[in-house]
Write a protein that binds this ligand. Structure first.
Ligand SMILES: C[S@@+](CC[C@H](N)C(=O)[O-])C[C@H]1O[C@@H](n2cnc3c(N)ncnc32)[C@H](O)[C@@H]1O
Length: 260
């Protein structure tokens, strides 16, 4: 691991996502008719965690190419998206124009939502972005600030159990735990076999719940959806040596409410 990550001490995540964006958007066919919760989870149109979004004000943090915000706008919400990467946002703006919807896209960090007023949003949503946020307590504090009382914060990320099966030295998933569930040192890895280095942050489930409570959120639901069967057959067929990973939840989704 030291050899692979030698010299990768500081990572400019904005530059990293700017570089990774074209490949990320090519690789993932992210829908714009439903919000999603990541590559291995059922869509929001199936899970219905947000209810009817018609007329709701939804801020998406770490919106990437904007697909979820666009889906919300198509379903009648007032949507805005914030992301660190201006290249991801270029993709988002072009996509919104092509889809004929108005979404405000703003460049910024999840830890600093100063662009948005206190209590201005019904829902803060995030899909697969919070694991890249270095200062999560500050981010959650900002999410609470911009939400109205009882507003919802709903977000997904890599399940912390899954992190244990990722060997960042070998750049691949493993059959046996490659790192301890209790090891909270940041994970440093090259994006999709490129030379673009990424950093992501592992917190235990207990820490997530603690951080949410401290920021003033009530946990309403915690979901660990199994991927749809056809996805599993594709990514880990039973004859794959790593097929045991079929039994580890890939995604966790938190549904929370800001205290009134
Ligand atoms: C895996 S992508 C997910 C993007 C989008 N939600 C999706 O589902 O495609 C992670 C996104 O988080 C953004 N990101 C990383 N760190 C961030 C931060 N501190 N603040 C805001 N966005 C961040 C990246 O630029 C990237 O677009």
């Amino acid at each position: 691991m030291e050899e692979r990550t030698a010299g990768v001490k500081h990572i400019d995540m904005r530059a990293a996502w700017n570089q990774a964006s074209p490949a990320y958007q090519r690789r993932h066919a992210i829908p714009t008719d439903s919000a999603h919760y990541g590559p291995w989870a059922p869509l929001e149109n199936e899970l219905r965690l947000l209810g009817d979004v018609q007329g709701r004000r939804i801020l998406e943090v770490g919106c990437g190419g904007g697909q979820c915000s666009i889906a919300f706008a198509k379903q009648g919400a007032v949507a805005a998206g914030l992301d660190l990467s201006e290249v991801q946002l270029e993709h988002a703006r072009a996509l919104a124009a092509a889809e004929g919807v108005a979404v405000e896209f703003v460049q910024g960090a999840a830890e600093d939502l100063h662009h948005f007023a206190d209590g201005a949003w019904d829902i803060v949503f995030s899909a697969y972005a919070f694991q890249y946020v270095a200062d999560m307590p500050r981010c959650l504090h900002e999410c609470a600030r911009v939400l109205r009382p009882e507003g919802r914060l709903v977000f997904s990320l890599d399940h912390p159990f899954r992190d244990c099966f990722f060997d960042d030295a070998e750049r691949e998933m493993t059959l046996y735990p490659a790192r301890s569930y209790f090891d909270v040192t940041p994970m440093t890895w090259p994006f999709a076999d490129s030379e673009v280095w990424m950093r992501s942050y592992h917190h235990t489930l207990a820490t997530w719940i603690e951080m949410l409570t401290t920021a003033g959120f009530h946990l309403l639901r915690l979901l660990e959806p199994a991927p749809p069967a056809e996805m599993l057959d594709e990514i880990w067929p039973y004859d794959d040596p790593l097929s045991a990973l079929r039994h580890v939840p890939p995604t966790v989704i938190f549904v929370t409410a800001r205290a009134g």
